[in-house]
Design a protein around this ligand. Sequence first.
Ligand code: AP5
Length: 219
Amino acid sequence: MHLILLGAPGTGKGTQANILAERKGWLHVSTGDMLREAGAAGTVLGRTAKKYMDEGALVPDELVIRMLVERIGGPDAAAGFVLDGFPRNLAQAVALDEALAKASKAIDLALNITAPDDELVRRLGGRWLCRGCGAIYQEASSPPRVAGKCDRCGGELYQRDDDKPETVRARLERQKPPAALLAHYRDGGKLIDVNGLQPVEKVTEALLRAVHGTENGPK
Ligand code: AP5
């Protein structure tokens, strides 16, 4: 299965991609995580990307596409993958289709998670992430048992630089999935909308129903 999770910032792409990848044995590829890791490592890519990320803007396509295509070409993607944060626009979607076609593969399903802006602002303002394992918490709806410490691995929790209120507003203005991107997957019969304004487990159930429908459907 080659799956894409689409959705505005804070709709739960990372949360759900973590769960799906663990349950289904797929590779979870988050372009946001890859860019943040490059930033922490101080690479040229990471330093360039950070300027855009801190402004709530998208990183230029040529940087992100090359990074993503290399990642999904690795042997650990052979059992399938779930993409979280890629593609963000039609140019990225076309580049992804072309890269997969070279390996006689294609995207099977694009799941578009939706939720209203005021809920997304609330979620991102209280998001905490684990430096060790990448687990995602929300201080009101899914807090860690001990503040600042990961339940899963004991790692330190931190808040992202781009979760400051002014950057969240910029991200919500500039980074919702554009109509042309949604149309690309809808026209190919691959797009399913999922209501993200329900508890995490209910969203997971809805995503898995869509995945199983595609896995068992006509080829
Ligand atoms: P990225 O890291 O991909 O950020 P994003 O798309 O803004 O998405 P988020 O990670 O903020 O949210 P999410 O949907 O994953 O939600 P989460 O599960 O964490 O990208 C960061 C930056 O990198 C971009 O701004 C851009 O600059 C750059 N970039 C990345 N990819 C790029 C690309 N392809 N091209 C160009 N630039 C790119 O959940 C959010 C919070 O809500 C958490 O606290 C969670 O616990 C909580 N939550 C989740 N689900 C629920 C629920 N159902 N109910 C209540 N709370 C919930």
